[in-house]
Design a binder for this molecule. Structure first.
Ligand SMILES: *Cc1c(COP(=O)(O)O)cnc(C)c1O
Length: 415
């Protein structure tokens, strides 16, 4: 009757086979933005069936995307994902539990509590919940902070993530940006004297350079939130000390879809006193058997891929992978530092390396790169290349060679 809701065994196997085949080919380190989708402009009246539908989407889904596991990809904060997460995400889609409902998703709710319980202590936090990204984690934390403290303003460094100012605006709070020092860290000496009405957001791993604000700053604030979207997982590595002081925060945001190698969308908002914070941002009543905590309505079992990863690797395996990524960042920085044609912004502290060619336009060089890819970022009004160490397959020398070659081509043509 309804085979699409039961099981097309062969169709599912074909889909999995297409995934495996795609993963066995190397692909390219950056997608082609000019490629055209071969799909009808108008949604057709007649369906083509599940197998044909997936076949016509395979190019878009599996072939054309940037390969985050390519040895030449040393770019954005998007990691390749381990295979367990592909299976776990598929299981979650098939069972479609909704964490709003204890009766239909009892297992998924328990699993989320367990996974948060595994991770929270590393940050000195008592608990929290999963959200689709740190943009939402930051907004959730700031909402709880406003409810519990009556704070009127959000104070953060000028290089804090744009989502911090976005959250302030949504919550009707003033946003107060504070200058940074030469290392892109918040200037503690320029914080307002009286922070009694302020939520101070400290960044652990800025977007552009991976800088870590002094995490013990602003002890007089009404609330202290640490945006550890990027660098949070360092807490689980041999470099945990880089985030010392994070355990004194009232709340912390960590994106699992960055340095915990999770498929999007996966992040965690953590609170020192989770029961109190959750109570402040809960709504109950009506058809809900349990209060609805935080910003999300219906949401699925994002804890499933994360649990699979944390179990598969254990504490040792997570630590080893993040440590290995840090070595890649160091190797990239070491090489850049000895290349006369290249300039290093700073030694990386959290796996983010900002660098550029000395005598060529960074953005133009980036666009000429072949078989390797980096992202670009703006620091003090100037464009730099940026490499983020969350691709375990990245080959620093290959990426440097590609930039040097592209820079040489550029100066040849402009002379
Ligand atoms: C990525 C990032 C965010 C936003 O997180 P998403 O998971 O993309 O929503 C916030 N703050 C910092 C420092 C980030 O690097």
């Amino acid at each position: 009757m309804e085979p699409d809701f039961t099981l097309d065994d062969e169709g599912l196997h074909d889909a999995l086979r297409a995934l495996i085949d795609a993963k066995r080919t190397p692909g390219t380190p950056h997608g082609d933005p000019g490629a055209v989708l071969v799909l009808p402009d108008d949604w057709p009246d007649a369906g083509i069936g599940g197998r044909a539908a997936l076949a016509s989407l395979a190019d878009t889904a599996l072939v054309r995307p940037t390969r985050l596991d390519h040895p030449g990809f040393f770019a954005h904060m998007d990691p390749p994902t381990p295979w367990m997460t592909w299976a776990a995400a598929q299981w979650a889609a098939a069972m479609n539990q909704n964490l709003l409902h204890p009766d239909s998703a009892p297992a998924a709710r328990q699993l989320e509590r367990v996974v948060v319980g595994w991770l929270a202590p590393a940050f000195g936090m008592g608990g929290g919940h999963l959200v689709p990204g740190s943009t939402v984690a930051n907004l959730t934390a700031l909402w709880a902070a406003r409810e519990l403290t009556g704070a009127r303003r959000v104070v953060a460094s000028v290089v804090s993530h744009l989502g911090v100012e976005k959250s302030a605006r949504i919550l009707g709070l003033d946003y107060v940006p504070i200058p940074v020092d030469a290392d892109q860290r918040l200037r503690v000496d320029l914080l307002p004297d009286d922070l009694g009405d302020a939520i101070v957001v400290l960044t652990a791993g800025t977007t552009a350079t991976g800088a870590v604000d002094p995490l013990d700053a602003a002890s007089g604030a009404a609330w202290r939130h640490v945006d550890a979207a990027w660098a949070g997982p360092l807490r689980l590595s041999s470099h945990a000390h880089v985030l010392d002081g994070i355990d004194r925060a009232d709340s912390v945001a960590v994106s699992a879809h960055k340095w915990l190698y999770q498929p999007k969308e996966s992040a965690i908002v953590l609170f020192a006193d989770a029961a109190r914070a959750h109570a402040a941002i809960s709504m109950g009543g009506g058809y809900l058997a349990a209060p609805n905590i935080g910003l999300l309505g219906s949401h699925g079992a994002a804890a499933l891929p994360l649990a699979a990863t944390l179990l598969a690797w254990g504490r040792d395996g997570v630590r080893a992978r993040i440590d290995a990524d840090m070595v890649l960042a160091q190797r990239l920085a070491d090489r850049v530092a000895v290349e006369p044609a290249l300039e290093l912004f700073a030694r990386p502290t959290t796996g983010v390396v900002a660098w550029r060619p000395r005598d060529a336009d960074a953005a133009a060089v980036r666009d000429r790169m072949s078989d390797a890819w980096v992202s670009t970022t703006v620091i003090n009004g100037q464009t730099w290349l940026r490499s983020v160490a969350d691709n375990p397959f990245a080959e620093p020398d290959r990426v440097v060679d590609a930039v040097l070659a592209a820079a040489a081509t550029q100066s040849d043509t402009t002379l």
